[in-house]
Design a protein. Structure first.
Length: 168
């Protein structure tokens, strides 16, 4: 038996719609990022550009797989992969909404750490110890790359500002 995961065009169409929805949500949420000065390419430009690209790629992916789905000539049997796929996509979508809320309340570092935990589990990491270690290493690494290195804006959180508490 082949270990590769084969998804139907219908499943991939749904994945594309989910990706498009996530991109559109983050594009809409990027409007809440404050703009500094008169610079057109301020703090919200990068999140907007990335969100726009995600929405476009999701749309393209859906379109390609919609055509494949419609042109399928063979009769298809129910695919148990579809249920497995939904079991991954719905929690990932939920994680993105939770991430947006946590980001606003606690800032980048804490929200990234907290959301990495279920995301790493969804992608098949079952060892809690390994998940905690990966999240504890990845969140500060992402913080250094995006916030410090690329100067992406981090408001620090409206409930608890961990940037001030940690002196970042």
């Amino acid at each position: 038996m082949d270990d590769t995961q084969a998804n139907s065009p219908r499943s991939e169409f749904i994945v594309g719609l989910a990706i498009m929805a996530i991109g559109l949500f983050f594009l809409w949420a990027a409007d809440d990022i404050p703009v500094s000065g008169e610079d057109e390419f301020g703090a919200r430009s990068l999140p907007r550009a990335i969100s726009f690209l995600i929405a476009i790629f999701g749309t393209i992916w859906s379109g390609i797989n919609f055509v494949k789905w419609r042109h399928a000539t063979a009769t298809t049997q129910p695919n148990p992969q579809n249920e497995f796929l939904f079991a991954r996509i719905f929690p990932l979508m939920l994680s993105s909404f939770i991430y947006a809320a946590l980001f606003k309340w606690f800032g980048y570092l804490v929200s990234t750490f907290v959301v990495l935990l279920p995301v790493l589990y969804i992608y098949g990491n079952t060892s809690i110890r390994k998940i905690l270690i990966m999240a504890a290493v990845a969140a500060p690494l992402y913080y250094i790359i995006f916030i410090k290195g690329m100067k992406v804006f981090d408001a620090g959180g409206s409930i608890i500002n961990f940037n001030q508490l940690l002196g970042l």
